[in-house]
Design a protein around this ligand. Structure first.
Ligand code: SAH
Length: 287
């Protein structure tokens, strides 16, 4: 909680208050959280809630005008996100730190307003330029696998390939000390910057470039996550893993599998195939 406080100074007012409020709301808030009503609730929340989001910590704490019911809308948003996290847990993600991180990041702020009503269903959604925000389950699963290292889940430096809208980078910022994220499409790099700015996350570094080359100047990384699928994992990324580090990547063309690659020595890596998945393609170069 304390580290979260530091990393989300702005939204934290809502995050910090949330547990108390959610407890008060209790079963009632969970009862409404079927996918359909979650969608409707999120829609309502975003229509009203977005106007309550403010990039300034000062105004964020200022009570909004009377007709808006901020407490109930925050509760709805929290409850819908809580239901999403519960579904992800039910699908098999067990790592409590990952689930808490998923619970803390307002996913609806990473999709365009027209799609915000769907932000908490377990699906990938378009973010423009033929790319998608990843499905919450797979975001959580990849981070869980990356954290299952020989170091008790401690991650000093991690690298994400494929920033997209910045959602997974925000989740990663709550489980790693430093997060580097590379995006090859300039407008998406800019989108991620503007999505992340109001959250004031101090430990994310966004980079515009070809992630297939990695980020040698910041290597080695304890963890690397690819959010796009290549036919194989680029050698440069394997070289930029620390010994004991874990890389999680979708690999394949039409049929893709999630792979875990662990570096066990200077010249030695192990490879484990985990489950089927579906990601946008990893492409070389920048646009
Ligand atoms: N991480 C995102 C998912 C983005 S989708 C989330 O939080 O939901 C995958 C992204 O990978 C796309 O934005 C795509 O442009 C990007 N991508 C594909 N190949 C890349 C490469 N070589 N380097 C960097 N980004 C790449």
């Amino acid at each position: 909680m304390t580290t979260k406080d530091k990393r989300f100074p702005l939204t934290l007012s809502s995050v910090v208050e949330k547990s108390a409020k959610a407890e008060r709301a209790g079963p009632a808030s969970r009862k409404v959280a079927t996918p359909q009503t979650a969608t409707q609730n999120a829609a309502q929340n975003v229509v009203r809630g977005r106007t309550n989001e403010s990039p300034s910590p000062m105004t964020a704490r200022t009570p909004p005008p009377a007709p808006i019911a901020p407490r109930s809308t925050t509760l709805v948003s929290d409850a819908v996100r809580g239901a999403m996290v519960a579904r992800v847990a039910k699908q098999g993600v067990k790592d409590a730190k990952v689930l808490a991180a998923l619970d803390a990041v307002p996913r609806h702020l990473f999709v365009e307003p027209a799609l915000a009503s769907q932000a908490y269903i377990d699906a990938s959604l378009p973010i423009g330029h033929h790319q998608t925000i990843s499905q919450p389950y797979i975001v959580a699963r990849m981070i869980e696998v990356m954290r299952a290292n020989g170091n008790g889940g401690v991650l000093d430096k991690v690298l994400e390939i494929g920033t997209g809208c910045g959602y997974q980078a925000a989740v990663l910022s709550l489980v790693a000390k430093e997060v580097y994220s590379i995006e090859r499409i300039k407008p998406l790099h800019e989108l991620a910057k503007s999505n992340l700015r109001p959250l004031r996350i101090a430990n994310i570094r966004l980079q515009y470039g070809d992630g297939m080359l990695g980020l040698p100047q910041a290597a080695p990384f304890d963890g690397i996550i690819l959010a796009a699928a290549g036919l194989e994992v680029p050698q440069a990324l394997l070289e930029q893993l620390s010994i004991g580090g874990r890389l999680v990547a979708p690999v394949g063309g039409r049929h893709q599998v999630l792979q875990l690659i662990e570096r066990i020595g200077k010249f030695e890596w192990t490879n484990t195939t985990l489950e089927d998945c579906h990601f946008v393609p990893l492409r070389p170069g920048v646009v």
